[in-house]
Design a protein around this ligand. Sequence first.
Ligand code: ZN
Ligand code: ZN
Ligand code: ZN
Length: 330
Amino acid sequence: MGELRQDIVTGQWVVIATERAKRPSDFERTRPARLPNEVDDCPFCPGHEHMTPLEVLAVRPEDGAPNTPGWQVRVFPNKFPAFETGSAVDPAGGLFPVRPADGQHEVIVHSPDHAASLGTMPAEEVELVLRVYRHRYRVNCDDPHVRHVHIIVNHGRESGASLEHSHSQLFGVPLVPPLIELELEGAKLYAEQEGECVFCRIVEEELESGERVIARSSAYIAISPYASRFPFGVWILPRYHLESFGEIDEDQLDEFAEMLRGILGLFHDRFGDPPYNYYIHTAPCDGREHPYYHWHLEFAPRLTTLGAFELGTGMMINVTTPESAAAYLR
Ligand SMILES: [Zn+2]
Ligand SMILES: [Zn+2]
Ligand SMILES: [Zn+2]
C-alpha cells in the first residue's frame, strides 16, 4: 500500500507510491560519453570570454587582466537575464497584477575545464566555488532591489541546463519566493508551538533513527527527507543552527564543500552521471531577522519526469521510499 506523507516544514503532502516502486537499479543509466576538455563554440571555455557579458568577479591565481583566460572560477551577468535592475512595466493595475522583474541574474562558471563537474572535481576546487557563492551571495543581498538570493545548479540537459559546461546560477529576486515563504511560515509556527527550530529537530530525529541518513560529518548530515518529493531526493542540513548561508564561516564552508562533493560524486558513480538540480534554501535578505529559519541545500536527481497529476494537483508522486533510497546510497 502506498501512503501520504506530509512535510513537517511546508505542510506539503507527497504520495509515496510503493505499489509502483522501482528498484534503485532501474534508475541506473549508461554513463554518457566523457565531454571534451575544451569546446570551440562554448562561451564558458577560456579564450571565449568575449562571448559573455563582462565579468563581475574572477579568481585569477596569476593576476591576469579581466575577461581574459587564466581564471579558475568566473562570474558574469546572465546574457539572457530573468531578473535585471531597471526593467520597467506599465503599472496600469486592474485585474492582472504586474511588477518589474528587478534584481540580478548571474552565472558562476565552476572551472575552466569544459569536462569538469562538481562531483568529480578536486576538493579545493569545490571549496573555491563555494567561497565564490558566499561572496556573491553577500554582494547581492546588499542590493536594495533583492529580497532573496537563490543559488542553483542545473546539471545535464534534462535538468534544464542549456550549456553543458559546469556552472551555477545566482538569482537575486525582488520578492520572497513562495516555497521559501512556506518554509518560513512552517518554521515560525513550529518554533512558536514547540519552542525550537524545526530543522534542528529534524536533524536530531534523523540522527537518532538513522534510517534516512546517507552521510554525516561533524557539521552536516545528508538525508533522504521523510516526505521527499522526488525519488532519491537529498537534503544537506547543517547540524549547527544558522539562518543564512551568507554567514557560514571558513570551517563550515570547507566541510560543506566536502559533503556536497561527496553526495554529487556518489550519484555520479551510482547512477552514471544523472541530470540533477540543487538549490540553496536560505533566509531572505529583506532586512528582517528570521531566527527560526535554518539554511540547507536540496538536491533532486532527474530520474523521473513530472506528469499531469503532479502539475494538476501540486502533489508529487514518489516511487521510491526515502528509507530504501538512503539504504541504497549509504
Ligand atoms: Zn566549455
Ligand atoms: Zn535550526
Ligand atoms: Zn528547503
